[in-house]
Ligand binder design. Structure first.
Ligand SMILES: Cc1cc2nc3c(=O)[nH]c(=O)nc-3n(C[C@H](O)[C@H](O)[C@H](O)COP(=O)(O)OP(=O)(O)OC[C@H]3O[C@@H](n4cnc5c(N)ncnc54)[C@H](O)[C@@H]3O)c2cc1C
Length: 426
C-alpha cells in the first residue's frame, strides 16, 4: 500500500523525535530470527531477542513506525478488546482472569520499556469510557465494581452523567467509568524509541525492505526486492498491513482503516473540552476516541472504512464525527488529518499462532495494540527461546477464520461492520 510507505502527514510525524532513515536490505543475510514488520510487535520482539543474545534482522516495508504504531490514537486501555463479561462466557473465569493479568503485565511492560529506555513519548494517565446511550450506564457502573472486586483492580470508578460532563465538555454522554490505570501517549515516539532500543541492543533493522515471500525448508528464507534473509525462525508482525503475504494469517486477520484529525491548538478552551487531561473513548461500535495533545490540540479519532487503501481528505472525513460530540468547535480549523490500517479478527481477540514449526505470528489486536502489542512481541521472543506458557494460552483463544476465505471476507466484513455502524446511529 504505497500511502503507508512513509510516515504520514500527521501531527505525530510533525512532532516526532529525530530519527534517521535506516538502510534497505541489500544482498543475502543470515540471522537466528527474521522479524517482518517494524511496529510495536516486531520492534519489541527484536528488542527482547537481541537483549537475550540472539542475532536478529528486522525487515520493515516502509519506515519503522509507519504502520498503525505510528498513527494510532495513543490510548492505553486495560484488559483485552473484549470485556471480562464476554471473556468469562467464552473461555471461563480462570482463563478470563489469566487474560486480565496478562493485560496488566502488558501495561506494566509498556511503562517499564518507556522508563528503561528513556523514551520521551508524553505518557499520561487516565482514560474515560463514556456511554452514548442511557441504557449502557448501569452496565458500566456494575463493570467498574466487578473490576474492583473480582479482578482486584482498584483503578476503575463509575461516573455519573454529571461527573462525565465535568470532565468532558459535551452533552453527548449519560455516564460511564474512569480507568485511572489507562492513559495515553505519543504513539510514533514510542515506536521510534523501541526501534532505537532494539538497534542499540544489536538488532539489525532495515527500512524500505518489504518481505515479498517466505520460503520454508530446513531453514526459512525471507525474500525482499533487493536481498534475502536465511533464518532459523521467522516472526510475522505485519498486522493489517501484512495482508497478502501469508494466507494462513489473512484468513484470520483483516485490515480496516481508521482516521484521526488534529485541531489547531485550543489554548484556554482545551480545558473546557477535557478538564482532567484524560483520554476518552465512547461506547459506539465505531468508537469516537480523543484526547488533548501536549500542545493543547484535540486529537479526535472517528470513522472507519472497510476497503483496501485509505480515504482521501481524512481531516474532512473526521470533522463531522468531532462536531457531533463538540459542536462548539465549529470555528476551529483542522491542522492535520491522517488514517492508518489496523488488523482486526472475528472475535476481536488477538491472533497468536505457530503457523509452522519455525514461523510464528501475533496480530489482530483490534484497536488495543498500544498496550498489548509490545507485550505480544515479547511473548514471540520468549516462544522462540522455548518458553511457551502464555503463548499457548493465547493460541487457545477463539479466533476463527473470517467466513468466505481471503476473497469473500471483504464483502461480508463490509456488510457486518456497516450493520453495527448503523446501530450506533439509532
Ligand atoms: C488510526 C488508528 C487508531 C488506533 N488507535 C489505537 C488506540 O488509541 N489504542 C490502541 O491500543 N490501539 C490503537 N490502534 C491499533 C494499534 O495501533 C495497533 O494495534 C498496533 O499499532 C499494532 O502494532 P503492530 O506492530 O502489530 O502493527 P503495525 O504498527 O501496523 O506494524 C506493522 C508493520 O509491518 C510492516 N509490514 C507489513 N507487511 C510487511 C512486509 N511484507 N514486509 C515488511 N514489513 C511489512 C508495516 O509497514 C508496518 O510498519 C489504532 C490503529 C489505527 C490505525
Amino acid at each position: 500500500m504505497a500511502s503507508q510507505i512513509d510516515h504520514p502527514s500527521s501531527w505525530y510525524a510533525a512532532t516526532a523525535n529525530r530519527s534517521s532513515p535506516l538502510p534497505p536490505l541489500q544482498g543475502g543475510a543470515r540471522a537466528d530470527v527474521c522479524v517482518i514488520g517494524g511496529g510495536y510487535t516486531g520492534l519489541s520482539a527484536a528488542l527482547h531477542m537481541a537483549e537475550a543474545g540472539l542475532d536478529v534482522v528486522l525487515l520493515e516495508a516502509g519506515r519503522v513506525g509507519s504502520g498503525a504504531s505510528g498513527r494510532n490514537g495513543g490510548q492505553i486501555h486495560s484488559g483485552q478488546r473484549r470485556d471480562q463479561d464476554w471473556l468469562e462466557s467464552r473461555v471461563g473465569l480462570d482463563d478470563a482472569k489469566a487474560l486480565w493479568r496478562l493485560a496488566e503485565d502488558a501495561k506494566a511492560l509498556l511503562h517499564d520499556l518507556i522508563a528503561r529506555h528513556a523514551i520521551a513519548c508524553d505518557l499520561r494517565s487516565g482514560l474515560i469510557e463514556a456511554d452514548h446511550k442511557p441504557g449502557y450506564v448501569a452496565h458500566s457502573h456494575a463493570y467498574a465494581r466487578k473490576l474492583n472486586e473480582v479482578y482486584d483492580y482498584p483503578h476503575a470508578a463509575p461516573l455519573t452523567r454529571e461527573e462525565v460532563r465535568e470532565m468532558v465538555g459535551s452533552d453527548a454522554y449519560y455516564g460511564g467509568m474512569i480507568d485511572h490505570g489507562g492513559g495515553h501517549l505519543h504513539p510514533l515516539n514510542l515506536a521510534l524509541g523501541l526501534a532505537e532500543a532494539a538497534r542499540r541492543a544489536g538488532a539489525r533493522l532495515y527500512e524500505q525492505s518489504r518481505a515479498l515471500r517466505i520460503e520454508e525448508g530446513g531453514k526459512v528464507r525471507v525474500v525482499t526486492a533487493a536481498g534475502s534473509v536465511e533464518a532459523d525462525w521467522v516472526l510475522e508482525c505485519g498486522d493489517g498491513l501484512q495482508d497478502g503475504l501469508d494466507r494462513r494469517v489473512d484468513t484470520h486477520v483483516m485490515p480496516i482503516c481508521n482516521y484521526i484529525a488534529a485541531t489547531a491548538p485550543l489554548g484556554e478552551r482545551a480545558r473546557e473540552i477535557i478538564s482532567n487531561g484524560a483520554a476518552v473513548a465512547d461506547s459506539r461500535f465505531v468508537v469516537n476516541y480523543y484526547r488533548l495533545s501536549g500542545d493543547g490540540r484535540l486529537l479526535f479519532g472517528g470513522g472507519e472504512s472497510y476497503k483496501r487503501g485509505l480515504r482521501p481528505n481524512p481531516g474532512e472525513f473526521v470533522r463531522p464525527y468531532m462536531l457531533k460530540i463538540f459542536p462548539q468547535l465549529g470555528d476551529v480549523s483542522i491542522d492535520y488529518g491522517w488514517g492508518g490500517v489496523l488488523g482486526i479478527t472475528m472475535t476481536r481477540l488477538p491472533f497468536v499462532r505457530k503457523l509452522s514449526p519455525r514461523v510464528l505470528t501475533a496480530a489482530g489486536y483490534s484497536g488495543q495494540g498500544v498496550m498489548l502489542a509490545p507485550y505480544f512481541g515479547k511473548l514471540l521472543a520468549q516462544a522462540v527461546q522455548g518458553q511457551l506458557g502464555e503463548f499457548d494460552l493465547l493460541a487457545r483463544l477463539p479466533v476463527p477464520a473470517f467466513p468466505g476465505g481471503p476473497l469473500m471476507r471483504w464483502p461480508l466484513l463490509v456488510a457486518g461492520m456497516s450493520y453495527f455502524a448503523l446501530r450506533d446511529r439509532l
